[in-house]
Write a protein that binds this ligand. Structure first.
Ligand code: PGA
Length: 252
């Protein structure tokens, strides 16, 4: 059975002290949940990771990073190598978030390299894909997502892909308050699963967690997560309030 996951992407929000408070609150709340069916992850900014690692209960929360370098180390001013993250106890790394693709022009080669390096350092890539509004309006979302997976993820072996998490995030739904309908989410998640089946076979495809991201909140999470191919969420805004984040986790 594939894992259900709720992951919080804090983006460039909170000071270190605010982040410690939020992480503690989330960790306390999640440890009190009797039998949550979902694994929980938080992805604070780089500067927060080592402090937050000290205050969360690793039995209940896993630490993730929002990005990493596409090189192992060396003269890359301002970058953070995957090995540096692994050393801090980071278990998963977001790769190819639409904000990184749009604002920092990360291309598919760079993303393919990051995915490999994250795996090499025994962490899980959370590979983000999704179309922009114009692409959805032209009904080419499947082609877009297929290309993104083909170019940056499908170079992996079966063993490697089994250690990846995919996050489908329609760009038009991120931080806009607009959410894909439960049916739109299920349709494209099932399509992504069909691509995985074609490439790796059904047994492997059925093991891979596919998250939905884009204005997910406690009120819409139950409907989104009730779909058979939606295995959880990548949560932005609502991950910054412990109650809202908990509300989403409880949707399982
Ligand atoms: P949002 O962000 O929940 O604020 O829409 C999701 C994301 O960017 O991962």
């Amino acid at each position: 059975m594939r894992k259900k996951i709720v992951a919080g992407n804090w983006k460039m929000n909170t000071t270190v002290q605010e982040g410690i408070k939020l992480a503690k609150a989330v960790s306390d709340m999640v440890s009190k949940l009797d039998n949550s069916n979902a694994k929980v992850a938080i992805a604070p900014p780089f500067t927060h990771l080592s402090e937050i690692a000290k205050v969360i209960n690793p039995d209940y929360i896993c630490l993730a990073a929002q990005n990493c370098a596409s090189e192992e180390g060396g003269a890359y001013t301002g970058e953070v190598a995957p090995a540096m993250l692994a050393e801090l106890g980071v278990m998963a790394v977001l790769v190819g978030h639409s904000e990184r693709r749009a604002y920092y022009k990360e291309d598919h080669n760079t993303l393919a390299k990051k995915v490999k390096l994250v795996l090499k350092n025994d962490m899980k890539p959370i590979f983000c894909c999704g179309e922009v509004l114009e692409e959805r309006e032209n009904n080419i979302q499947n082609e877009i997502v297929s290309k993104q997976l083909e170019e940056s993820l499908f170079h992996l072996s079966s063993d490697e892909i089994l250690n990846c998490i995919i996050a489908y995030e329609p760009v038009w739904a991120i931080g806009t308050g607009k959410t894909a309908t439960a049916m739109q989410a299920q349709e494209i998640h099932a399509y992504i699963r069909s691509l995985l089946i074609n490439k790796y076979g059904a047994e492997i495809a059925n093991e891979i967690t596919i998250l939905y991201g884009g204005s997910c909140k406690p009120s819409n999470a139950p409907e989104l997560f009730s779909n058979s191919d939606v295995d959880g969420g990548l949560i932005g805004g609502a991950a910054l309030k412990s109650e809202d984040f908990l509300g989403i986790i409880k949707a399982f």
